[in-house]
Design a protein around this ligand. Structure first.
Ligand SMILES: [Zn+2]
Length: 288
């Protein structure tokens, strides 16, 4: 587990899921009120708690969840229950936070490898707060604005730390490593909503982007870049003769993808996500 203070009182924690480095980041916000954005999976929540202790955060007010996929929100219950914190999520994610049984079952059916994330804990109904587009949560000295950014998942939220112009896009702006960004688009992927969400994030004009996968960067042209890459892949999916042709066109022909995977040659999990992403784009393009 590594902790990086990426900005005043904002810490990026490498949760080291399944021992893999630089795959999932969780963010600790140590202001008048304390928050975690993206708890990460249940299986690595012990590392987030250890990071909180190391930073000296003993109470937690909020756990912000971008979406309930196990690598993002799976640890929400485990973390929030320990501190009595509120969990903020989308209306459509609420029932899964309160009772994660069906989500756990569906995740294992989607991929047996989901076991690596651990089984989520349920959260008492009264501590689950619905976040809607434009809602603002105060941490005392700074404010977090909720942005609804569907596409990767219909119930996807992003969070904008207004005071620092720092965006926490979860999976809705792709995955980024060392400034190389690619889309993450498992089925059921909604292409049109995803495009709209990225444009919406562009118009918020962030100065920094704090990715879940992985780390914080200057926003620079990252949102433009992920949109361009998506459109390129959509073109490849449209012209491919089969799913396998599409996969090999990206894997062997797309510079951005090849650079990204080179940086992640250490990660089994990343390879798995890449394949699911190809499936989502391909189905979205074929079924439209
Ligand atoms: Zn993810």
């Amino acid at each position: 587990m590594k902790i990086n203070e990426v900005f005043d009182n904002v810490y990026c924690v490498d949760v080291m899921v399944a021992g893999e480095e630089r795959v999932i980041s969780s963010y600790i916000l140590d202001f008048e009120r304390k928050a975690v954005i993206e708890p990460g999976p249940q299986s690595s929540i012990g590392n987030v708690i250890e990071a909180l202790e190391e930073i000296g955060v003993r109470e937690l007010d909020y756990v912000f969840v971008t979406h309930v996929h196990l690598d993002h929100g799976g640890g929400a219950g485990g973390l929030a229950n320990r501190y009595g914190a509120k969990v903020v999520c989308h209306e459509r994610g609420r029932k899964h936070v309160i009772n994660p049984k069906r989500l756990w079952k569906a995740s294992l059916e989607f991929s047996p490898k989901s076991k690596v994330y651990g089984k989520p804990e349920s959260v008492e109904e009264g501590r689950v707060v619905i976040g809607k587009d434009g809602d603002v949560f105060s941490l005392g000295d700074v404010e977090i604005e909720v942005m609804e950014t569907p596409g990767h998942a219909p119930h996807h939220l992003s969070f904008f730390l207004r005071d620092f112009r720092m965006l926490f896009p979860g999976d809705s702006a792709g995955m980024c490593i060392d400034g190389v960004v690619i889309p993450t688009t498992p089925p059921p992927f909604d292409l049109e909503l995803w495009r709209e969400s990225v444009r919406k994030m562009m118009s918020a004009d962030p100065q920094y982007i704090a990715y879940t996968h992985f780390g914080m960067y200057d926003a620079d042209r990252l949102l433009e870049s992920v949109l361009e890459t998506l459109e390129r892949w959509v073109g490849l999916a449209e012209s491919a003769g089969s799913f396998d042709d599409f996969v090999s066109a990206v894997e062997k022909g797309d510079e951005q993808f090849m650079r990204f995977m080179e940086l992640y040659s250490h990660s089994e999990i990343m390879r798995e996500w890449a394949i699911h992403g190809f499936r989502g784009i391909y189905e979205a393009v074929r079924n439209k």
